[in-house]
Design a protein around this ligand. Sequence first.
Ligand code: AMP
Length: 402
Amino acid sequence: MSTFAAYDFSNQKALIRVDFNVPIKEGKITDDTRIRAALPTINKVLQDGGSVILMSHWGRPIKDMEKKPELKKEDFSLSRIVDHLSQLLGRDVQFAPDCIGEEAVQKAATLQPGQVLLLENLRYYKEEEKGDAGFAEKLSQLGDVYVNDAFGTAHRAHASTAVIAQFFPGKKMFGLLMEAEVKAGEKVLHNSEKPFTAIIGGAKVSDKIVIIENLLEKATDIIIGGGMAYTFFKAQGGRIGNSLCEDDRLDMANALLAKAKDKGVNIHLPADSVIADKFAADASTDNADNKHIPDGWMGLDIGEKAIAAFSEVIKASKTILWNGPMGVFEMGKFQAGTRAIAEAVVAATAGGAYSLVGGGDSVAAVNKFGLADKVSYVSTGGGAMLEFFEGKELPGIAAISK
Ligand code: AMP
């Protein structure tokens, strides 16, 4: 495996898998974070005197067009990104309206040092998600070197994210973003300074079981917040009113608590909640102990006692992993818990702890509170980071490192 930073790209055509699956509304890119995250990699190749061929997916064209016949191929086109990318790079970006085939081959072949070519959406071909080797080989013919900078899709064994690497022996590498993601993840999972606190929140326990089980082997403390906490309280005989609960997971919740006890891992459940009489921004609110939530009310955020206890644990930590919000932070009345936890993570980081925020909604939360640059690392890959912390081997990483 070559190192991207040490590689000299002069007169080389770098075929870079990026994640340009950015939100677009009415033709306008509403959040270009993922595009910006790939710029250092692209610019390094260009500065070396190489050329860049970019490939990405956008949405799920085949599946979505089957479901909604009114959708057209153009609704998924990466051509909508060309102008914005050109602006960000300060140079014109060329576009190939098909990611394989004659035109793509021609445009790639005539690409000059300093030039950039963006290929059309890889997922116009079902072969991409199927991990088809023939399709991967056709893509591979466009470049001299393969660079994977798409951490967001590293958990998929797709043609462009994993299968293609075999066609670049000795010439396959992570881009700068991917390398940073892998380093941050490995630092937390394999080299954590203790105490290591994992903060796990979000709606469903069932989505987070595997990550919690894997973290029982690594962390000293696990904080559980968000909607998923109520399943634990119900499992312990608490009254949780109308709070979120997965009734088919009660035994599992108790089993997780028992396993943590066995392993000497401290599980911290929130003592109290901000409760609401309906799931709405204008609901009436109150505070309740989590084992005594009145009928007709639901817990939508952690309460003040929980905030105080969780903050203390976080501030005493040397390594922090945060995945999932503490409450319905999208609504003003239920954001205080998630904000306070974000602030505690920031304070711990300022005091020398290493903190990684990974997973869509906690990333959205730190961005919303303007705290993203005050934690050690914010991951760009929701599903990929989750699977990484579940202890799974990610195909996009394995294809390069093996
Ligand atoms: P996840 O994608 O599983 O991380 O869940 C994130 C979602 O969980 C966010 O949209 C939150 O609004 C939601 N959430 C967090 N806490 C609660 C809660 N107590 N009740 C209902 N939804 C919640």
